[in-house]
Design a binder for this molecule. Structure first.
Ligand code: HEM
Length: 217
């Protein structure tokens, strides 16, 4: 018998502090508490668009990588839903009205950089976004529906139509994380990259908060 902690558990434990930091960022917690406005929500959707554009073109580049490929599933793809959400929320000219905030630019640049060279780094970013979307994301989506009266239009990003059982999907994903033949040094690098991904998300919430204050000032 072995007492070695599975990689997926180590990853979750080592990132739980960073998760609380992201979850607790003012912009996000206001949105969750019902203190955010519809415009705040739209601003977040717009930033997600740039992040998933980067993540999902990285996914295309990594599709045939022997390590990364096992994590890739078209059931996760979010970009078409984000495009439809923005069309609904902003209107047909949405592409001309949105732009990436500074934290989003840094986040996107990092995703592009690791996806070109490093499967472990790609998996770190893939894990941080999609496992989050299949966890707290589902709850956030339901809250936004209730708060702003959306049915499916406007919250398509949070609706994984092709994943009937998110819990089971996440369990398989964790088993795949546990099965990757990374040595300890590589596992450490992947954990560090997950922490970095969380930091980008926290910084994004800070930028969104700043942009909001600047708009009302
Ligand atoms: C208010 C915002 C958030 C709430 C309420 C929330 C809530 C949760 C909850 C309840 C879980 C545990 C689900 C489970 O055990 O299966 C979870 C997991 C997770 N969340 Fe969040 N979350 C939020 C924001 C975020 C953000 C901003 C990120 C990063 C982009 C994120 C990434 C993750 C990840 C990667 C997991 C999976 C951890 C694992 O089991 O390995 N979450 N979240």
């Amino acid at each position: 018998m072995t007492n070695v902690v599975p990689f997926s558990s180590a990853l979750r434990e080592r990132s739980s502090g960073a998760h609380s930091g992201s979850e607790g960022a003012g912009f996000m917690s206001d949105l969750i508490k019902g203190e955010g406005t519809r415009d705040d929500y739209v601003a977040l959707v717009a930033q997600h668009y740039f992040i998933y554009e980067a993540l999902e073109s990285a996914t295309e580049r990594m599709r045939h990588d022997p390590v990364a490929a096992v994590f890739i599933s078209d059931k996760l793809t979010r970009l078409p839903a984000l495009e439809a959400d923005l069309e609904f929320l902003v209107g047909p000219e949405w592409r001309d009205t949105i732009g990436p905030l500074p934290a989003t630019k840094r986040y996107v640049a990092r995703i592009a950089q690791v996806a070109a060279t490093w499967a472990g780094g790609f998996v770190a970013h893939h894990y941080t976004r999609y496992l989050g979307d299949l966890s707290g994301g589902l709850f956030i989506g339901r809250l936004m529906q209730r708060r702003f009266g959306f049915e499916t239009n406007g919250v398509g990003f949070y609706l994984f139509d092709d994943i009937a059982d998110p819990k089971a999907f996440k369990e398989v994903y964790r088993e795949q994380l546990d099965a990757v033949p990374w040595d300890d040094a590589e596992k450490e690098r992947v954990i560090d990259e997950v922490l970095r991904a969380y930091r980008f998300n926290t910084e994004l919430f800070e930028d969104l908060e700043r942009a909001k204050r600047a708009a009302v000032a």
